[in-house]
Design a protein. Structure first.
Ligand SMILES: Nc1ncnc2c1ncn2[C@@H]1O[C@H](COP(=O)(O)OP(=O)(O)OP(=O)(O)O)[C@@H](O)[C@H]1O
Ligand SMILES: O[C@H]1[C@H](O)[C@@H](O)[C@H](O)[C@@H](O)[C@H]1O
Length: 350
């Protein structure tokens, strides 16, 4: 398996005096309203950008976030958004008609009931970044926005939901169009990673896309599958008690990029993605990662890097890395089952 470092891409680098900044995240925050049997069960901060920055901030990976919200935005966030005073924040209603207890991976029907402004190239800083993440949720990323991102970032990871979503003009129901008809196809040979859920993957030709970039298809409790050129492999999941699937794909992408920034191979980085995805499904809204869990994961990542540098035979055996991350992950599950044991200095709260 040669799914090793992120594919190098993009325009030739001009000589740089200023070091790149780390990660640029582009996508709007939104308000998520979770509805079950006709009643609102929760209202939370949403948007792929919020879940991803939560993973990056928790993992001490420095990032810059470009997001637009309206006058009604109601959450305190670390990365301030641009406020469009005459607009409303993007709102998604998620209908869990099958229940949110995770039995049978009950999925949501999503409706965008309000949409903030798109993110324009001029909203994005002119600096250079190691990684860019195009992670829109409500159609806010335009082709010209993605073009600017591939120009200023060494590697760009794209969530396909930012490209293929269209919204019913009457009730805002989210529908998907084929990637080829999305208006973004001509830019995709310049991106490094394309992430899709298994449902979204039906709207692209994986065989074709894997020739252009590394394709990662997430598959809920089954983990994910990576495709690049002639290589493909399944990356195993971590056990989780699903409460709400919202944001799992976003946290997955956050974990993947944390791994890549740390210098892990793509399969190892995807394993980190699975780890953060699995923790996210156990929460409603933004997960708060256990500090001890984060430290153990950091330590395992450093060990893994050393091991891979010393012996090439370790590079492809990510099962071993999975085994070592699992106890770290379960230390977090324990903390959620026994929250009282963890107050006073050891809480999950940031
Ligand atoms: N029930 C689960 N158990 C363990 N891991 C899970 C579960 N659900 C999701 N994950 C992890 O999260 C990743 C992303 O989940 P999924 O494929 O459901 O993404 P998604 O449909 O894009 O999610 P969303 O749109 O809700 O953000 C999976 O690849 C897996 O690693
Ligand atoms: O907050 C969520 C989340 O970011 C999901 O990835 C996205 O599919 C939804 O539209 C959004 O409401």
């Amino acid at each position: 398996m040669t799914l090793n470092p992120p594919p190098s891409q993009q325009t030739p680098q001009s000589p740089r005096r200023i070091p790149n900044r780390r990660v640029l995240i582009v996508g709007n925050y939104c308000h998520d309203v979770l509805i079950q049997n006709g009643s609102v069960v929760a209202e939370t901060l949403g948007g792929a950008a919020s879940f991803i920055s939560n993973v990056l901030d928790s993992s001490s990976v420095s990032c810059e976030l470009v997001s637009k919200v309206g006058h009604d935005f109601r959450y305190e966030v670390i990365h301030s958004p641009i406020v469009a005073p005459d607009k409303e924040t993007t709102i998604f209603e998620a209908y869990f008609d099958l229940g949110i207890d995770g039995i049978g991976h009950a999925d949501r029907v999503l409706k965008r009931v309000s949409a903030c402004d798109p993110i324009l190239p001029s909203d994005i800083p002119d600096s250079r970044f190691d990684f860019g993440m195009a992670v829109g949720v409500g159609g806010e990323i335009l082709p010209e926005t993605l073009e600017k991102m591939v120009e200023i970032c060494d590697v760009v990871a794209v969530d396909i939901q930012a490209l293929i979503r269209v919204f019913d003009p009457v009730d805002g129901a989210v529908k998907l169009v084929d990637l080829k008809e999305s208006g973004f196809f001509h830019i995709l040979h310049r991106i490094g990673f394309l992430k899709a859920s298994s449902d979204e993957a039906l709207f692209m030709d994986v065989e074709q896309m894997k020739q252009l970039c590394c394709v990662v298809v997430t598959n809920g409790e089954k983990g994910c599958r990576i495709y690049h050129m002639d290589d493909e492999m399944t990356v195993p999941p971590f056990l989780a008690k699903q409460v709400d699937p919202t944001g799992a794909g976003d946290s997955f992408l956050g974990g993947l990029v944390v791994g890549l920034v740390e210098g892990l191979t793509v399969p190892d980085a995807a394993l980190l993605g699975n780890l953060f995805g699995s923790i996210t499904v156990e929460h409603i809204g933004q997960p708060k990662f256990d500090l001890m869990m984060l430290q153990r994961v950091k330590d395992e990542v450093q060990k893994r890097k050393k091991q891979c540098n010393l012996s090439s035979s370790h590079k492809n055996d990510h099962n071993e890395f999975h085994e070592r991350l699992s106890p770290a992950r379960f230390s977090c599950v324990d903390s959620q089952l026994q929250p009282k044991l963890l107050v006073n200095g050891h809480s999950c709260d940031r």
